[in-house]
Design a protein around this ligand. Structure first.
Ligand SMILES: [Zn+2]
Length: 417
């Protein structure tokens, strides 16, 4: 009896293996993210969510499921390294505290699940959720995606933002300090910082986010305390900093990235290059600044400042990863469409489209520590694959025309049928 069952099982496994159907994508144009070049007529064979083989002539069977993207530009899934999926503020009314006080963690998680799906549907198969998510709302969004209840991108998750006393609030009566502790962890010494890192890890963080320069400046030793603690768990630290001493201390402390860095000078950008520290520039366009409530003169000046900083960073060779930081949607546009407005700044800085695409794929994956599994489309990498209708090397705005999305081998969207 037992022998028969074993025989039957062996037969079933063998026949499953023989008949295993692969998915095959015929890509008319294909972005080779490693080399920043467009290749022609590539065939991608996908098995069990990963790329089995890719090239002009890989073997596949007649029984495989064929997806014809011969008239499309096929790219690795995009990555946004600075998002806040659970946050949303009204147009031209930047009242963070109003949102903290009026919205529950569960409401924030529900919004997060909707925005996460928007990112995925619009071609972003990986995002870095960088905090301001109430009481760990995103941790539950991630669980819901893992459970298969909802579809969403891979989420690299920061948990609560670690900051000097006061978080990023100002003008709040300290009698209400618990109020900002819903979004931030107050940590003012290396020991407090280490404890805050551990608290985030306990809640599912896969990256650590700190803020410096808003309500106090961290010393290099403070940054290093977080870096050392996170390193034990193979996790990176990234820090919100504008420039000046705050940014200098972040660079000396050995963080993996600087978020924003709007006022970084050339010397700091050079130091970042030398030490391999990434800039996630969150380069708001004029429209984004205006949406955040700036008047038109200020919005123009701030955008010009970012164009100049992007130009200098590119020229110096500072490693860069694409990040948007948009929590105010523009009229008639969803979160991703509003976020992609930052491309206007990259274009104004005359950064080549192939480089911009690399900051959204291979370079982002490097910063996020997932470059051995995502960010390029090569054998053994996850099949996170998208397609657009026009050549993004001619105009980077073409990535707005996503019409096919595959996440780990599963078709999320295919308008091409
Ligand atoms: Zn942000």
């Amino acid at each position: 009896m037992t022998k028969n069952i074993i025989f039957l099982l062996a037969f079933l496994i063998t026949s499953l293996t023989i008949n295993a159907q692969n998915t095959v994508i015929k890509a008319g144009h294909f972005f080779d993210a490693r080399n920043g070049k467009m290749l022609e007529n590539q065939i991608i064979v996908i098995q069990d969510g990963k790329i089995k083989e890719i090239g002009t002539n890989p073997k596949f069977s007649d029984t495989d499921s064929i997806i014809d993207l011969s008239n499309s530009w096929v790219l690795p899934g995009l990555m946004d390294c600075h998002v806040h999926i659970t946050a949303n503020l009204p147009y031209r009314n930047l009242q963070m505290e109003q949102m903290y006080a009026s919205e529950s963690t569960s409401l924030r998680a529900i919004r997060g699940s909707v925005v996460a799906k928007q990112f995925l549907d619009n071609g972003f198969t990986t995002i870095k959720e960088i905090g301001n998510d109430a009481n760990y709302a995103t941790a539950d969004v991630i669980k819901a995606i893992k459970n298969g209840w909802i579809q969403g991108p891979t989420i690299i998750y920061a948990g609560k933002i670690i900051a000097p006393y006061g978080g990023q609030s100002s003008g709040i009566n300290p009698e209400h300090e618990l109020f900002w502790n819903f979004e931030y962890i107050d940590a003012d010494t290396p020991d407090e910082i280490k404890k805050a890192v551990r608290k985030n890890l306990y809640n599912g963080a896969t990256v650590i986010k700190m803020v410096t320069g808003d309500n106090g400046i961290y010393n290099a030793e403070d940054i290093k305390a977080a870096v050392d603690e996170a390193k034990k768990y193979n996790i990176k630290v990234t820090v919100h900093a504008g420039g000046g001493l705050a940014a200098t201390n972040v660079i000396s402390g050995g963080a993996a990235g600087i978020e924003h860095g709007f006022q970084l000078n050339n010397e700091q950008l050079q130091l970042m290059k030398d030490k391999g520290i990434f800039l996630v520039g969150t380069d708001f366009s004029y429209d984004n600044w205006y949406a955040y409530g700036m008047d038109s003169v200020t919005a123009t000046a701030l955008n010009n400042m970012l164009v100049d900083r992007l130009k200098r960073a590119y020229k110096i060779g500072t490693p860069m990863a694409f990040g948007t930081d948009i929590i105010v949607d523009l009229p008639e546009l969803n979160r991703v469409q509003s976020s992609l407005k930052v491309l206007e700044t990259w274009k104004a800085a005359e950064i080549p489209a192939s480089y911009i695409l690399q900051t959204m794929t291979i370079k982002a994956a490097e910063l996020l520590g997932i470059d051995k599994e995502r960010g390029i489309l090569e054998s053994s990498y996850y099949a996170d694959i998208i397609a657009v209708k026009n050549n993004p090397l001619n105009d980077i705005e073409s990535i707005r025309t996503v019409h096919f999305v595959m996440k780990e081998g599963e078709i999320i969207r295919n308008d091409n049928k």
